[in-house]
Ligand binder design. Sequence first.
Ligand SMILES: [Fe+2]
Ligand SMILES: [Fe+2]
Length: 307
Amino acid sequence: MLEAKEFIEMSLELNLFFTRIIKEHMIFTEISLPIKESHLILEADNMKISFESLLKETTDLARGNISKKAIESREFVTPYTLDAEVKFESLFGACINKNITKEQLNFPYMEEASIHDHHLEEQVYDLNSRIMNLLMDVIKYSEDIIANVADCQLAIFIYPEMLDHLLRETKFYMELLLDLQDKKVPKKKIIEKQIFWNHIMEDHAEFIRGLLDPSEEELMKMANRFAEMFEKLLKETKEADKKDIERVTEKNLKAARELMEFKKDSTEGLLKCEIKGILNPLLADHVLREANRYIRLLKEYLKEDRK
Ligand SMILES: [Fe+2]
Ligand SMILES: [Fe+2]
């Protein structure tokens, strides 16, 4: 059973990370659909607006109520997020509320001694419920798109594998929220989480490889090496038994840090217009934040393990 303080902190940190992620999935979807699919574009835009307002609401509730290490992990915003949003907006015309990002760049964290009132716990519970309702809409929408693309009834400039990847992230978020609403410590074991995130990291390397211009041979090779590295790590993590957990976790952490550096350089290169391809800086920053969240998870586990 979770204490009120843990429930509030875990929920707010989860929502701060994932409402932005889902909002961006909707943005990437809407700019990748052909004009004739205007109803789908509009639907994605409406869900983007909903998740943006949930992100704003979470941001307001999270002031002073989340941990310093969560803020420092750069899983919510990175030093590139704001510039990437500005660039993305000017390139694609999708509206993004950048004030939320500015606010999160100067976020106050929780003092150790802070006490939460009952009212905040209720507000967070209500926020989680509303997010879960909207996530169901996102899941339904994504499943329809995936089915129509598979039947060749719909064109979209997102790889089918990436559509599946976005849906997996949405469902993962939903499962974590379901546990939190029961005031339970999320059921997923550390190894299950590492299997999930290793697969995500492998996909990211493959997507970067596939979205680079063919002339970017060096970067393509690097992305390919990361894809192969995470494919192996995924297999190793799946096969790990109890006594291997710490060793595998350390290996995954080392690899995730290397991939994070590669994503950081890619985001910087795209913002400086030094990399050719069809990859946009907001997508690069998005996958960078996902790596940062994974790194925090691994670091926290290793620390706890040594207590
Ligand atoms: Fe994502
Ligand atoms: Fe992802």
